[in-house]
Design a protein around this ligand. Structure first.
Ligand SMILES: C[S@@+](CC[C@H](N)C(=O)[O-])C[C@H]1O[C@@H](n2cnc3c(N)ncnc32)[C@H](O)[C@@H]1O
Length: 410
């Protein structure tokens, strides 16, 4: 019997009034944590100076909240872009970079003459030829920079925003796909004489906004020795964590059942930032829940739901999801100190009209594997922006509530 405590994280963590505060707002990422949840967990379940680990780190929300609270973080994600998010959004520490110097760097980039050639076949499927030439030069400048160049950290995320905005891909949907609407919009855009100036203005605006966010981050962390370490492009179910420091709390929000494919979503950023097509294909085969389970999985609630599903494809998805998600959590939990906390933020999605009580299945699995339940908190529907633009889905996972499940390692 577990008591579920209703809460509102937005009420508990009143000091966060804007979910995109500081550098949380620099990168787009679907189904991000609202920072309130890791803010609460980090302070409650990890002592100052301690370590947290997130095996599904996404854009690094847990890492930023940990470092802001003077804790250290190890962040793991199958998405290779995590290393860029962490280097910029969390670990950036440069003294004041004035706007004039950002504008100077932008001018260098806009007039750069050495294009880069991403190791991908069908770039022209995603871009009009003239935009492609432009982006190749801009990304050529980024690749010519040193990793220690603060201007590169300020400008690269701005360029990542432009990657999709000025492509044939519909930037208003989460999935990467071409649409009639976007083709029409881009054709109209390119008819303007000054289309190139528009792109440059877009990038400049974003870069100056990033510079201001990064100045604030540097100020906030000026005397903090804490850092985040990224293990990017890594499968959490199999990564060897033996050399990891002892962890006080694992804090994570796993992908959800019937999740979108993150690697496919970020294909454009991946090829511009230098990840090869072959590498992305290899990683896509490891993404949860798009891979087969290799061994049986069972808990009482899981088995009941499984038996209620009458479609073999949905049964296979359920199996794959719980098998691999619990494996990744177990692997992450091997790093936990005795008495350490496993905090998992999940919803109860609906599959074929049947509710899947994810938190209960996770509890049943871990209670048999050396954990006891500490608390189950239920946060009722809060809007989480899954997609670009205005489509704020009140209930993005098709769920009534989301649950913060906290378990303690025996
Ligand atoms: C819900 S998102 C996490 C978002 C994150 N909490 C944030 O605030 O940005 C789930 C993440 O799981 C990652 N993922 C999926 N399969 C994985 C695997 N096998 N190993 C590691 N990460 C994986 C996805 O790339 C995605 O970033």
């Amino acid at each position: 019997m577990h008591f579920i405590v209703p809460v509102s994280f937005r009420e508990i963590v009143k000091e966060i009034v804007d979910t995109t505060y500081l550098t949380h707002g620099i990168f787009y990422y679907p189904a991000k944590f609202i920072p309130h949840v890791p803010h609460y967990c980090v302070r409650r379940f990890c002592p100052e100076g301690g370590w947290v680990l997130d095996p599904f780190a996404g854009s690094g929300t847990v890492g930023l909240e940990a470092v802001l609270a003077r804790r250290n973080a190890i962040l793991i994600d199958i998405n290779p872009l995590l290393s860029i998010y962490v280097d910029t959004k969390i670990n950036y520490r440069y003294a004041n970079i004035e706007n004039a110097s950002v504008l100077n760097a932008l001018h260098q980039m806009f007039t750069w003459g050495e294009p880069c050639e991403p190791d991908w076949k069908n770039l022209d499927y995603w871009y009009p030829a003239e935009v492609l030439q432009l982006l190749k030069r801009y990304w050529g400048w980024i690749h010519s920079r040193d990793i220690q160049d603060p201007h590169m950290h300020i400008i690269r995320p701005a360029l990542m925003r432009a990657n999709r905005r000025f492509s044939w891909a519909d930037h208003k949907t989460a999935k990467l796909c071409r649409s009639k609407y976007k083709t029409h919009e881009m054709q109209k855009f390119l008819k303007q004489e000054n289309w190139c100036e528009h792109i440059q203005n877009f990038i400049t605006k974003k870069a100056l906004e990033n510079a201001s966010r990064l100045r604030l981050l540097t100020q906030s962390l000026s005397d903090s020795p804490c850092r985040a370490i990224a293990l990017a492009g890594v499968d959490s179910t199999a990564v060897d964590l033996h050399d990891c420091p002892q962890i006080d709390a694992v804090i994570t929000s796993p992908p959800y059942l019937q999740a979108q494919e993150y690697l496919r979503t970020f294909k454009l950023d991946l090829f511009w930032t230098g990840v090869s097509e072959a590498k992305v294909r290899e990683l896509m085969r490891l993404e949860i829940p798009y891979r087969k389970a290799t061994e049986p999985f069972a808990t009482p609630t899981y088995t009941r739901v499984y038996e209620q599903l009458h479609r073999a494809d949905l049964q296979a998805m359920l199996h794959s999801y719980f098998f691999h998600t619990t494996r990744a959590l177990e692997n992450a939990a091997t790093t936990l100190k005795r008495g350490g906390f496993l905090c998992v933020f999940v919803g109860n999605p609906t599959v074929d009209g049947k509710e899947v009580e994810t938190w209960r299945i996770v509890v049943e699995h871990f209670e048999r594997n050396g954990f006891v339940v500490h608390t189950v908190l239920r946060d009722d529907i809060k809007s989480r922006q899954l997609f670009r633009k205005k489509r704020k889905n009140k209930n993005p996972r098709g769920m009534e509530s989301e649950y913060l499940l906290v378990m303690k390692k025996l």
